[in-house]
Structures are given as structure tokens and as C-alpha cells.
Design a protein around this ligand. Structure first.
Ligand SMILES: NC(=O)C1=CN([C@@H]2O[C@H](COP(=O)(O)OP(=O)(O)OC[C@H]3O[C@@H](n4cnc5c(N)ncnc54)[C@H](OP(=O)(O)O)[C@@H]3O)[C@@H](O)[C@H]2O)C=CC1
Ligand SMILES: N[C@@H](CC=O)C(=O)O
Ligand code: NA
Length: 434
């Protein structure tokens, strides 16, 4: 029986899932790869740590040299996280002619281009299915099954933590801070939740997805990013009243000459397929010019779902080694499309203002929207009889820069106390009259 030796860099949540799948699904893995996979070494920070899996102690090392210098190890599986150390280990592994599987979205979003170049130069394989939407096979789908399409749009719920928080806020009408605290206590959200709640994690994933979808090298800093920490139960209630739900969406849209890349809270119609993706689930909606609309749904995190993607990648490497099939990558391709500045993007907008309820205030605000080419489709006023009221507007299809200019002028009015929120609306298409 042919045996292939691999090393794991890390055996935390994801590494533990990989270990478990390799033990439990030996038969299936052999059937699909014609190989027996042996974990020859595991890199950890602390070799003395008590582990809840029965792993032979002699596999552990805290010295990367034990792995990179071992000629029998053919595949390095990086599931340790972090950026600079992971980059160094991966590049050194590639130079030592080892194939790489990684789950590290932060690394790929920041150094993907360099790593892919190194892998190509060395003639080794690099797979990263687990880096976007965990167990959902979206990378494979874009690289293989959808390779004959011009991808026009990708729209995803790519972060489980924020989707869990927004779902709870929607169902239980509770504040962001309260749900976050509870999610941290239950271990759903990290102690430092910034990467998730401020949209960095989703933006890392969108960087990788849009590079593949649009065949161009997208840089992380080119993705517009806004998190969910400013969303309140009031906005969620207005969304409901207007027929929407609020989701943190990662959106990539491509035309022949430009790309739009953004992560932000979004109003989506209650009837949109992404509206019913709840709790910590992920989903990716893809529109291809041949295939039409597709939706991928599943678990974007967790030991076994993410481990499933990693083990699938290990098997792909084994197949490639055996049939010498070079993988195609787009992260390194140079763009011939401009990334649209946020001001040039177009859409509909939900705008909530707190104003002093004086005669004429609505007219003044409406005329400032009009003066800046922003046409309004709905207006709601709540809080009659009190000095401050909420004024809620949904605009027609309009340019972001026009909306921002109108808001700047509106909030400088004496009668306007503040802009309580601005949330972009995705209707999928321009509506009648927009
Ligand atoms: N958790 C998830 O559901 C998902 C995670 N990912 C990605 O997978 C990667 C791993 O995440 P996760 O499993 O959650 O991480 P964990 O923190 O659970 O585990 C990290 C593991 O790597 C080891 N490690 C960390 N840093 C070093 C280092 N500098 N040198 C040696 N060993 C190190 C740790 O060692 P020790 O055990 O000694 O502490 C631990 O075993 C990340 O890139 C993450 O973004 C992707 C999709 C989903
Ligand atoms: N923190 C991420 C998990 C892995 O990608 C999430 O909440 O989705
Ligand atoms: Na995936």
C-alpha cells in the first residue's frame, strides 16, 4: 500500500478535526486517494500541553526544522494561524519542495500572491479550501466546476460569528453588546472579537474569493470594510417593517472594466435566499454568465467541517502528485480592471436620522437629498409628540458619493441631531422606478 507522510503545523480546533477525520475515515480516504496518509510530525507551541486526543507524544515537536528537513514528509498542512511565522514556515516548506495545504485566510489575503509565486517556481501544489467558508467547497467550485464561467457577482455570508450575533439580535431584539458577551461566554466568539465583528475576517475571505472569481490579484486593502458593531435593534426593526433583514455581506461585482469589492452590513429582501441563512451558518451566492445563480450553504467553521476541507485538499495534492496536474491560481494574476472607489459604487440606502420634530424639517431634508441627486423611495417618521424623532429613508438607486454628500449637508442642519445609521440595501436588481 502506498503511504504518504504529512506534517501538521498546529493541532488546535482545525488540526484536531483533521486528525480525527484521518483516523475515522481511513477507508474512504484510501478509496479516494489510493494512499494511506500518515501524520509523521505535529508542530505545536507547547509540546507538554495536555491534549484531549490520543496522539502519540513522539509526533509532537516545537522545532520546525524537524519537519522542513525531513525528506520523507511530502505535504505540510498549516493550521496554526497567524501571519508572519506561518508565512516563513510555508515559504521554507515550499523551497524544500513540500506541497502545502493551508486554512489561513489572513495569511493568503495579505501574502497570497508571494506564496503562490513561490509554489509555482518550486513546482509544488498549494491548496486552501478551508480558508474561505470552512467546509463549503467554494474554492474548488470556482477553480474547477465553474471555470467555464465569467463570474459576474459573488455575495456571501462568510463570517459565522457575526451571522450568529445578527440572528440573535433579530430574533430576540437584544443589543449587540449583550449578544457579543453571551457569544464569548459560550465560546462562539473569540476573546478579541475585532477580526470578526469589524469585518476583517470576511474581508480576508472576500479578497481570496474575488481573486479567484474575477481572475485577478485583489489586495486586501482594496476591499471596503465595515463591521456590525453599530447595528442596533431599532435598525433591525425598521428593516423588518420595510421587508428586509440585515446581514453582514461580502460582495464582489465584476464588469468588463471594473470591480466592486465591499464588506458591510446590508439590507436584503426577506425573500432573498441569503436572508434565511441564520445562526453561525455561512453561504455564498454566485452568479455566473453561463450557470446563472447558485448558492452554497453550510458550516464555515468548527473542527470537523473545516477539517473536511483540509482533508479534501490533502487528497487533491496526493492526486496531483500522482498525475502531475498543476493547479491554476488567480491570486497572482495582474488586474486589467479598476477597483471602483466606494464613492462610485451604486445602490439603494437605508438612512436613519434623529431630528428635532419642528415644522418643515422633513421638507428641508428631502430638498437636500434632491439637490444631491438622491431620490427617495420610502420615508417613515416615528416618535410623534416627543422633541426627537427618528426619520427613516430608503433611497432609490443612487451613487454612494451623492448619498455621502447629501448626508454631510443634512447633518450640519441645526434641526438634525445625528445620523443614527446608514446601511446599504441589496435588492439584487434595480427596482421599478429606481
Ligand atoms: N477555527 C475554525 O473554525 C477555523 C479556523 N480557520 C483557520 O485555521 C487556522 C487555525 O485555527 P484554529 O485551529 O482555530 O487555531 P487554534 O488556536 O485552535 O490552534 C492553533 C494551533 O497551532 C499551534 N500554534 C500556534 N502558533 C504556533 C507557533 N507559532 N508555532 C507552533 N505552533 C503554533 C498551537 O499550538 P499549542 O497547541 O501548543 O497552543 C495550536 O495547536 C487559522 O488560520 C484560522 O484562521 C479557518 C476556518 C475555520
Ligand atoms: N471566526 C470565523 C471562523 C473561521 O473562519 C467565523 O466566525 O466565521
Ligand atoms: Na471552503
Amino acid at each position: 500500500m502506498k503511504k504518504i507522510k504529512i506534517a501538521l503545523l498546529g493541532i488546535g480546533t482545525v488540526g484536531g478535526g483533521v486528525w480525527e477525520i484521518l483516523q475515522t475515515n481511513k477507508e474512504e480516504i484510501f478509496r479516494n486517494s489510493s494512499c494511506e496518509i500518515e501524520v509523521a510530525k505535529i508542530l505545536v507551541k507547547n509540546t507538554d500541553k495536555k491534549r484531549d486526543k490520543a496522539i502519540p507524544q513522539n509526533l509532537f515537536t516545537s522545532n520546525y526544522e524537524d519537519i522542513v528537513k525531513d525528506k520523507e514528509i511530502q505535504i505540510i498542512v498549516e493550521v496554526m494561524g497567524g501571519i508572519e511565522e506561518a508565512r516563513d514556515y510555508i515559504v521554507r516548506g515550499i523551497k524544500a519542495k513540500k506541497h502545502i495545504v493551508t486554512a489561513n485566510k489572513a495569511l493568503l489575503a495579505t501574502h497570497g500572491e508571494e506564496i503562490i509565486k513561490e509554489a509555482k517556481t518550486a513546482g509544488v501544489e498549494l491548496y486552501y479550501e478551508a480558508s474561505v467558508a470552512g467546509g463549503i467547497p467554494i474554492i474548488h467550485a470556482l477553480k474547477e466546476s465553474l471555470a467555464g464561467n465569467k463570474v459576474q457577482q459573488i455575495m456571501g455570508i462568510l463570517n459565522g460569528t457575526t451571522n450568529y450575533i445578527l440572528t440573535k439580535m433579530t430574533n430576540e431584539k437584544v443589543d449587540f453588546d449583550m449578544v457579543l458577551k453571551e457569544a464569548q461566554e459560550k465560546g462562539y466568539a473569540e476573546a478579541d472579537p475585532t477580526a470578526d465583528v469589524e469585518g476583517y475576517d470576511a474581508a480576508h475571505k472576500l479578497t481570496i474569493l474575488s481573486s479567484l472569481s474575477f481572475g485577478t490579484s485583489v489586495k486586501f486593502h482594496e476591499v471596503y470594510r465595515e463591521g456590525i458593531s453599530k447595528i442596533t435593534p431599532i435598525d433591525i426593526e425598521y428593516a423588518k417593517e420595510l421587508g428586509y433583514v440585515i446581514k453582514l455581506l461580502a460582495i464582489g461585482k465584476g464588469t468588463d472594466d471594473s470591480l466592486e469589492l465591499r464588506v458591510h452590513p446590508t439590507f436584503i429582501p426577506q425573500t432573498h435566499p441569503l436572508a434565511s441563512v441564520n445562526d453561525s451558518f455561512n453561504a455564498v451566492f454566485v452568479k455566473g454568465n453561463a450557470v446563472g445563480d447558485l448558492m452554497f450553504y453550510g458550516r464555515g467553521a468548527g473542527d470537523l467541517p473545516t477539517g473536511s476541507a483540509v482533508v479534501g485538499d490533502i487528497i487533491s495534492v496526493i492526486k496531483d502528485i500522482n498525475c502531475k496536474n498543476a493547479a491554476a491560481h488567480a491570486i497572482e494574476e495582474k488586474s486589467n480592471r479598476n477597483i471602483k472607489p466606494m464613492g462610485e459604487t451604486e445602490g439603494e440606502y437605508y438612512i436613519r436620522l434623529i431630528v428635532n420634530d419642528k415644522p418643515g424639517v422633513l421638507g428641508t431634508i428631502a430638498s437636500l437629498f434632491g439637490k444631491n441627486n438622491v431620490s427617495l423611495s420610502s420615508v417613515i417618521q416615528k416618535g410623534e409628540g416627543v422633541p426627537s424623532v427618528s426619520l427613516v429613508f430608503i433611497t432609490h438607486f443612487t451613487k454612494e458619493a451623492d448619498v455621502q454628500r447629501a448626508i454631510e449637508e443634512i447633518i450640519s442642519l441645526e434641526e438634525v441631531a445625528k445620523l443614527a445609521n446608514l446601511i446599504r440595501v441589496e435588492n439584487g436588481q434595480k427596482r421599478m422606478g429606481a
